[in-house]
Design a protein around this ligand. Structure first.
Ligand SMILES: NC(=O)CC[C@H](N)C(=O)O
Length: 486
């Protein structure tokens, strides 16, 4: 017996589908339902690594946590990691499959449909309910013949499907009714309800709006979900970094993160921003460095393009002259070194360039991708011998030219050096994503910047907060019916 699928599709990208799936996963899980998230195909450079060393989208790992599960590759069998506007590395079942131009992927996509269905069905055999997420809009008509993510999944699984729209950006009626109109009749039949998301102000003022939507669509509105500020969950899309951030004002400590092209795993820095008195500011221009007490170069899916961009933007000199501590994570670590070479064009068109020269390391890109969870011990003077955990995702292999490793990675059989630091611990880098999620390590670094450890506030589980919020605004009978499991 295959478990039922509840599907969430959106009127566009970034309408809040992922967060709603997280909310629904937690609402179901806390009712005792064994529920798993699923997204056939995701496009993001924000990736996570499973316990088996497979790569999936970070947003799916977040949804798994909402469902109280450890993430598995079945939950997100295809991940597209853009290296630029046109080329992407395609991860299939957790491993690099091919790096393709968009047009080539589009033509080959149909080959992956079997992967989508077999992974979905394997979840349906293991759990009582699967909550699946679509991607973008389900009615991009020119792309629809190659769909493997949206209504094709809903149709295959005969999923009860929710359509979500973002009222904050305006045009909710056109978006909702237009999407429904463009669905095929048999697809429209699968739509069980509409969700109006990100409502600001008094929801009672939208009663007429609900009526209009219901009358015109002949579909029930399952809920109007108010905007929930400071969710505390990682964003999937780097577009989020372009939204103005109120929290950067009045912070005692501002950490600049350079918004590199093809920025990867930018949620690495969320735990820093969540400390009180700390602001994380994404910067695009060298002059913004003057507002920052410390600087981070984050990961990037395309290191050489990022290197070129830094030079073009005039960052080279500004970084050399920057007085505060400098940290590089993954691609950012590679950038801090002396040389970066990609002889096999593993990323983009390959080639080689001198790095920023702040750390004695060189990096060569390999065909093999390293993806694994790691445990490490810090050698940094302000966190000497601190244990920490994280994960690695990289094609580049880095060699230390001087004996200054910043960490020791502990594996079952052996220990080896990773990362590099200047002796005073002020400039350092490593491959470990998620490093700042280690509380002692994070606070030690912030303290070395003059920050005062704040007494810990009782942390609220962000998933419970989210689930309470969403549940409160959904029509209870309709919700119960959707979560009903046969
Ligand atoms: N996650 C990253 O920053 C990856 C860095 C680089 N693009 C590599 O693959 O080696």
């Amino acid at each position: 017996m295959l478990a039922p699928v509840l599907m969430v599709v959106g009127t566009a990208s970034s309408v809040g589908k992922s967060t709603l799936v997280s909310a629904l996963c937690r609402i179901a899980a806390r009712r005792g339902i064994r529920v798993a998230p699923f997204k056939a195909q995701n496009m993001s450079n924000n990736a996570a690594v499973t316990a088996n060393g497979e790569e999936i989208a970070r947003s799916i790992a977040v949804q798994a946590a909402a469902a109280k599960l450890t993430p598995s590759v079945q939950m997100n069998p295809i991940l597209i990691k853009p290296e630029g506007q046109r080329r992407s590395q395609i991860i299939v079942q957790g491993r690099p499959w091919q790096t393709l131009e968009a047009i080539d992927y589009w033509q080959r996509k149909h080959m992956l449909w079997e992967i989508v269905t077999s992974n979905l069905d394997s979840l349906r055999q293991t759990y009582d309910l699967v909550i699946a997420e679509g991607a973008g809009s389900p009615v991009e008509l020119n792309l629809k013949t190659h769909d493997i993510t949206n209504m094709r999944v809903a149709t295959y699984a005969q999923a009860q499907t929710l359509l979500v729209g973002d009222i904050d950006v305006g045009g909710i009626f056109a978006a909702m009714l237009g999407t429904l109109m463009l669905l095929e009749p048999e697809e429209r039949q699968l739509i069980a309800g509409l969700i109006v998301n990100r409502f600001r102000g008094d929801p009672d003022l939208f009663t007429d709006g609900i009526q209009i939507l219901e009358q015109r669509s002949h579909k029930p509105v399952l809920g109007v979900v108010p905007w929930l500020p400071q969710l505390g969950l990682p964003e999937e899309d780097a577009v989020a970094l372009e939204r103005p951030d109120q929290t950067t004002n009045n912070a005692a400590l501002t950490i600049g993160v350079i918004h590199l092209p093809a920025i990867a795993n930018f949620d690495d820095f969320d735990p820093l921003a969540q400390e009180s008195g700390v602001a994380v500011r994404y910067i695009n221009q060298p002059h913004e460095l003057q507002h920052c007490q410390a600087l981070i170069l984050p990961g990037t899916k395309h290191t050489l393009a990022a290197r070129q961009w830094l030079a073009e933007q005039g960052f080279d000199q500004a970084i050399q002259q920057f007085q505060g501590p400098i940290v590089g994570i993954c691609g950012g670590y590679q950038l801090l070194g002396q040389q970066i070479d990609d002889p096999n064009a593993v990323e983009g068109t390959g080639g080689g360039m001198a790095g920023l020269g702040l750390l004695p390391i060189t990096t060569i890109f390999q065909r093999h991708k390293q993806t694994r969870q790691v445990q490490a011990i810090s050698n940094l003077p302000w966190a000497n011998n601190y244990p920490l955990t994280g994960y690695e995702i990289h094609m580049g292999q880095t060699e230390l030219l001087a004996d200054q490793p910043a960490f020791r990675i502990e594996q079952a059989e052996s220990t080896h050096a990773d990362g590099c630091m200047r002796a005073d611990g002020k400039v350092w880098g490593c491959y470990i994503h998620g490093i700042f999620a280690n509380t002692e390590f994070r606070q030690a670094w912030l303290s070395s910047l003059g920050w005062q450890v704040q007494p810990a506030i009782q942390a609220i589980d962000p998933f419970e907060r989210l689930a309470d919020h969403v549940e409160q605004h959904l029509e209870p009978n309709l919700l119960a019916r959707l979560l009903e499991i046969s």
